[in-house]
Write a protein that binds this ligand. Structure first.
Ligand code: PMT
Length: 351
């Protein structure tokens, strides 16, 4: 089909689409967070998580959504915190978050494991006293150990001030935030990692083409021509992070045969450090790391195979039947090792 409008470059995108109204406020918070982590000499990771939406109207009633519950991002953020990183967690509003993800309202609602212990009414000892003052809320004994572990880690992270949370909804929010956060984080040079697990829309409607009001259904079928979302990994690598950031992107495919070639193409095109390929149906127990061979200077545990030069292909697999194991633990451990090598390879010392 002929292209009716020229492709958006990242530059033309940002000069024609408006920033979200909260951007300035959000970035002031990020600046302060990064300043503090730099002072405390921590490594910082930006984790993006959840799917972006594409609104079809300015007064939005309808939108297209991208698949992602935010499990990968929220789980990985927890393991990065455990590994001593400070985390900027940029996620789709209402998607899963570190720590609270264990008590998702649909799979493990917290009200189901709270119990009420009522006091006894002094005037009438047989009747139980239901006043808030004499009632206690307790956790079901079988759930206490797990909750205590999560709560302890959560409180420690908040006391240390190592988690900063940002939200996006639309692909426009995401792109503006990603650029601004990356630029702020670039002051940490090689000590910053960018872990792009969000599922980002490939097509969008520029605001100039959007209907102001709700699209009416009386005219029969709906035809919308969308523009391509600019590929932002290239400017992110070259400009926003000054080629210093350790950038990890994800590639989601449904055809297993496409996973490795598509991940290699992405690496070749954008020149970042790692692409993690995941198959939609196997992503919870199997992923593949694709990186340039010369960048892999140590032997990792697992199966490392030489793929078409100059790429290395490294598969991480866990037992799909073991519910106590999360693949993100191994993904993060592997990335932490590679990031250390990246930091050590800096030409000038990093503070
Ligand atoms: O949250 P879960 O339900 O656990 O699911 C996790 C996941 C399967 C969504 C996740 O593991 C994953 O694969 N995320 C990336 C999916 C994707 O949209 O890939 P992509 O081919 O559109 O993008 C490739 C990479 O470039 C991504 O890291 C994306 O964040 C980034 N990108 C893409 C386009 C664009 N304009 N900007 C980007 O930053």
């Amino acid at each position: 089909m002929p292209q009716s409008t020229p492709l958006f470059s990242a530059e033309s995108y940002f000069s024609t689409q408006l920033p979200p109204s909260s951007l300035e406020h959000d970035i002031a918070g990020v600046k302060e967070f990064v300043r503090r982590q730099k002072e405390e000499r921590r490594t910082v990771v930006l984790v993006t998580s959840g799917g972006t939406t594409v609104p079809l109207e300015l007064n939005v009633v309808r939108f297209l959504d991208n698949f992602s519950a935010g499990t990968r991002g929220a789980t990985s953020a927890e393991y990065f915190l455990k590994a001593g990183y400070a985390v900027i967690f940029m996620h789709r509003q209402f998607s899963l978050q570190p720590f609270s993800r264990h008590y998702s309202h649909s799979t493990n609602p917290f009200l189901d494991f709270l119990e009420i212990e009522r006091g006894t009414d002094q005037l009438s000892p047989v009747a139980s006293d239901s006043s808030p003052e004499s009632s206690r809320i307790c956790v079901t004994p079988s759930k206490r150990k797990h909750l205590l572990e999560i709560l302890t880690a959560y409180k420690a992270v908040y006391a240390a001030g190592t988690l900063h949370t940002l939200t996006f909804v639309t692909v426009n929010d995401y792109l503006w935030l990603l650029r601004a956060v990356s630029q702020e984080l670039s002051v940490l040079r090689r000590k910053a990692m960018y872990y792009l697990a969000a599922a980002v829309s490939d097509f969008f409607l520029p605001r100039q083409k959007m209907s102001e009001h709700k699209i009416q259904s009386g005219k029969g079928s709906l035809h919308i021509e969308m523009d391509q979302v600019p590929k932002i990994l290239k400017p992110m690598v070259d400009d926003w992070t000054g080629k210093d950031g350790f950038i990890v992107s994800f590639k989601l495919e449904t055809d297993p045969a496409l996973l490795v070639p598509k991940a290699q193409t992405s690496l070749q095109r954008y020149g970042h450090q790692v692409v993690i390929g995941n198959d939609l149906n196997r992503r919870k127990f199997e992923v593949v790391f694709i990186s340039r061979k010369e960048a892999l200077t140590f032997a990792s545990e697992g199966t490392s195979v030489e793929s078409t030069p100059p790429y290395a292909e490294f598969w991480l697999k866990i037992d799909p039947h073991d519910p106590s194991k999360e693949i993100e633990e191994d993904i993060v451990a592997e990335l932490v090792k590679r990031h250390e090598v990246w930091i050590a390879g800096a030409e000038a010392p990093i503070n």
